[in-house]
Design a binder for this molecule. Structure first.
Ligand SMILES: Nc1ncnc2c1ncn2[C@@H]1O[C@H](COP(=O)(O)OP(=O)(O)O)[C@@H](O)[C@H]1O
Ligand SMILES: O=P(O)(O)OC[C@H](O)CO
Length: 532
């Protein structure tokens, strides 16, 4: 007869903290495998103080992660597992979101400015004005950091904090300010906070700040000068897989942290896109497509980001990626639910969209906070075009799914132009990929094989794999994972003529959304409008 000890889960285990935009989770994997033993997940609320602003409370983020650790380890114990068998943990996080705190008190000086936050459009304008020869070129810093000037990145958010929050400016001037992306903030707190907490980040997160030189992988004095930021606030840049520090308290006191990666890069690792030419797309709040360019830095000529993919060890070769970032993907459905009331929950989306054969020529560009790749147009705003008397809610829901697919086509076209080799298949993961119709539309509208990940938690898996690699040298990241056997590709069912016609219409919709915020009416019409 089976006894409890026969069924108890057995270590070694590796833990992964995944601190995403909408929720935090702590997931416990069987070491070196993609077997999830247990996990605990809690939503993290965003604070919307003003139009275009998006913040989170840094202390709530830390407390939520600690609760997730407590919750998951409790479940591990109830399964008969031993907490001491968690041999190490990795951290993965929403990127670019910016925290600044006081090194004496360990307390935040402001709420975290979340990556989606659009308050810094005027900061971008001011920075553009500072570019020599009146060039106003958003790509001015690309050769140094691989990124265009955009409200998206941490350097711009930090500059806004310096210019608009007097206590931050004073703390920067007096040398007591510390800056971190969410990984750094969490690690500082988990390893002791003001009482000896480490101040570190990894190359993937640092590559999203606009402050790191993409070649040297060190903070760049010219970039710091451009943004007017002091070096004293910055964490040490480490590889993505090495010893960072040990937890200072709680049930995991003494456990080492041996990995740190931005969430999209962690998903690249978790999807085992570890060779040049492999790519993955993660569809959550936004959508992020990363294409592994190997050890070479490819500077995009077509609106993509050059970013660090991973560096799995202090002496390991850094791998780079081209990234296409879409700020609004699944978030468009949250808007349909919360602001418009067109759907009640995400479970309805597939069935509703499937009741119609097509979107009846409706095109929806959900450019709520401007358009990211490849347009980088912070003044774009959302449009729904092609409405007719026959248009129903179902057509709009279907057009919303298609909007994500077309945005991915925009990115893949740019990748093709930058890398010359068309992508044969795309690994996909994230919340939207439970939707089978969506995967079919993605395959149809791009003309590519789409392969869904077999485990949903590829991001956490990537962090766990990197953390294990740092403590177990013999572990091969390419080793087959039990759940990652051959995946059934979703293949295109429409031809290129239809695909290209639909894409031309999408481009027309994009034209209508670009520069909306700064568009002015012709003089006569403006006066008539003002007088109305
Ligand atoms: N069946 C579905 N069809 C389309 N979108 C979905 C579906 N289920 C969830 N989503 C979207 O996926 C997103 C959540 O995915 P998730 O990967 O958890 O996001 P994140 O990591 O950004 O928090 C939500 O924006 C939601 O609207
Ligand atoms: O938390 P996610 O999954 O929405 O990812 C956010 C990205 O890292 C932003 O760049």
């Amino acid at each position: 007869m089976e006894t409890p000890s026969d069924t108890a889960v057995v270590g070694p285990f590796v833990g992964a903290i995944d601190e995403g935009t909408t929720s935090a989770r702590f997931i416990i994997f069987r070491a070196g495998t993609d077997d999830i033993v247990c996990y605990h997940q809690i939503e993290v609320p965003s604070i919307f103080q003003k139009e275009g602003w998006c913040e989170q409370d840094p202390m709530v983020i830390v407390n939520t992660v600690n609760e997730c650790i407590a919750g998951a380890t409790k479940k591990l114990t109830s399964l008969g597992g031993q907490i001491k068998d968690i041999i190490t943990i990795g951290i993965t996080n929403q990127r670019e979101s910016t925290v600044i705190w006081d090194r004496n008190t360990g307390q935040p000086l402001a709420n975290a400015i979340i990556w989606l936050d659009n308050r810094t459009t005027s900061t971008v304008e001011e920075l553009l004005e500072a570019i020599p020869n009146n060039a106003r070129n958003i790509n001015y810093l690309r050769p140094l950091c691989g990124l265009p000037l955009s409200p998206y990145f941490s350097g711009v958010k930090l500059r806004w904090l310096r210019d608009n929050v007097p206590t931050v400016k004073a703390a920067m001037d007096s040398g007591v300010a510390m800056f971190g992306t969410i990984d750094t903030w969490l690690m500082y707190n988990l390893t002791g906070g003001k009482n000896g907490g480490v101040h570190k980040t990894d190359v993937t997160n640092a590559s999203r700040t606009m402050l790191m030189n993409i070649e040297t992988l060190q903070w760049d004095p010219n970039l710091l000068k451009f943004f007017g930021l002091p070096k004293t606030i910055l964490p040490e840049i480490c590889s993505s897989a090495e010893f960072y520090g040990s937890l200072a308290q709680g049930v995991l006191k003494g456990t080492s942290i041996t990995a740190d990666l931005g969430d999209q890069q962690a998903a690249l690792v978790g999807q085992q896109c570890l060779s040049k030419g492999q790519a993955k797309a993660t569809y959550g709040t936004g959508c992020f497509l990363l294409y592994n360019t190997g050890p070479s830095i490819v500077h995009s000529q077509h609106g993509l980001l050059t970013t660090v993919g991973y560096q799995l060890g202090r002496k390991a070769t850094p791998y780079y990626a081209l990234e296409g970032s879409v700020s609004i993907a699944g978030a468009a459905f949250n808007w349909l639910r919360d602001n418009i009331g067109l759907i009640q929950n995400s479970g309805q989306i597939e069935a509703m969209a499937a009741t119609v054969d097509n979107s009846l020529d409706v095109y929806f560009v959900p450019a709520f906070n401007g358009l990211y790749a490849p347009y980088w147009n912070q003044d774009a705003r959302g449009v729904i075009c092609g409405l007719s008397e026959e248009t129903t809610s179902e057509h709009i829901v279907r057009a919303t799914l298609e909007a994500v697919c077309f945005q991915v086509r925009d990115i893949l076209d740019s990748m093709h132009k930058d890398c010359k080799i068309p992508l044969a298949k795309l690994m996909v993961d994230g919340g939207m990929t439970v939707n089978n119709l969506f995967l079919q539309l993605q395959s149809d509208l791009v003309g590519i094989h789409v392969l869904r990940a077999k485990i949903a938690e590829t991001t956490a898996l990537g962090a766990a794999m990197a953390a294990y690699k740092a403590v177990e040298n013999r572990y091969s990241m390419e080793a087959p994972l039990s759940k990652s056997g051959p995946r059934e590709p979703v293949k295109p069912t429409i031809g290129s003529t239809e695909r290209n016609l639909r894409y031309q219409k999408w481009k027309m919709a994009i034209d209508r959304s670009l520069n909306w915020e700064t568009s002015t009416l012709p003089q006569g019409e403006r006066e008539a409008f003002d007088g109305a």
